[in-house]
Design a protein around this ligand. Structure first.
Ligand code: SF4
Ligand code: SF4
Ligand code: FES
Length: 234
């Protein structure tokens, strides 16, 4: 009689889309989904917590709260109920950045729902990036685009905040407009960068680029790690 091999990992029960499965303890939700046979075509991207594609809603056994997280970063717990959200079909304004002014009128025009914020903080509580979402929304209501751009810098557009918002706004789409306006109109200009671009266009580095293009992967690795980092941003 063939012997059944003991599983290498302890298995714990979770409920995926309402169905009970045994999955390895310590795995991420994404790992658990794949372990039980889901082939992820949506709701997956970088697998490293950067792309925001894997927004997931879950509840931990014995707790009434619905929580949100990234499937690639959140570790399963026994009795967890898991549902993946492929994407949030949120409103995204279309605009030409060159025609906008970096002030509050832009938000009044493209995202008037911003001003309905009731300061409930639900968005901040669900954000897997631990961003002060409500604070950047409130900064925009005051017209402080620079602060909103700064506070929202780590947003990965997962969409979870929008799903909790009683004012029905897509905070992340509003925030990316703030960052675009900041980057184009308000951020201090890096003169070093302009100078270097000009030098590149004038061919100052053509010879060096040609030399790099002929290198093997190993030679490139060596050159990269032994390079002298010598620049200052002014
Ligand atoms: S701000 Fe919203 S969209 Fe951005 S990471 Fe946080 S929850 Fe996700
Ligand atoms: S969830 Fe919506 S209403 Fe509540 S603080 Fe965040 S943006 Fe404002
Ligand atoms: S797959 Fe990219 S954040 Fe999870």
């Amino acid at each position: 009689m063939p012997q059944t091999e003991a599983p290498k990992h302890k298995l714990i029960p979770v409920y995926i889309m309402g169905q009970k499965h045994m999955v390895p303890e310590g795995s991420t939700i994404m790992g658990a989904l794949e372990y039980v046979g889901y082939q992820l075509k949506r709701g997956v991207g970088c697998r490293e917590g950067f792309c925001g594609a894997c927004a997931t809603v879950y509840r931990v056994e014995g707790d009434y709260k619905l929580r949100g997280g990234l499937a690639c970063q959140t570790v399963v717990e026994p009795g967890m109920y898991i549902v993946q959200i492929p994407f949030a079909p949120a409103e995204k304004a279309v605009y030409d950045l060159d025609e906008l002014k970096p002030d509050i009128s832009v938000f009044q025009r493209y995202y008037p729902e911003l001003f309905r914020c009731v300061a409930c903080n639900s968005c901040t509580k669900i954000c897997p990036q631990e961003i002060e979402v409500m604070d950047y929304i409130q900064a925009l209501i005051r017209g402080d685009i620079a602060l909103a751009a700064d506070l929202s810098f780590d947003c990965i557009m997962c969409g979870l905040c929008a799903m909790r918002c009683p004012a029905e706004m897509a905070q992340y789409n509003i925030a990316i407009l703030a960052r675009r306006l900041y980057g184009k109109y308000l951020a201090p200009k890096a003169e070093f960068f302009r100078t270097r671009l000009k030098e590149i266009r004038e061919g100052k580095f053509d010879e060096e680029i040609a030399r790099l293009m002929k290198m093997s992967r190993e030679e490139l690795d060596k050159a990269y790690y032994s390079r002298k980092i010598d620049f200052k941003i002014t």
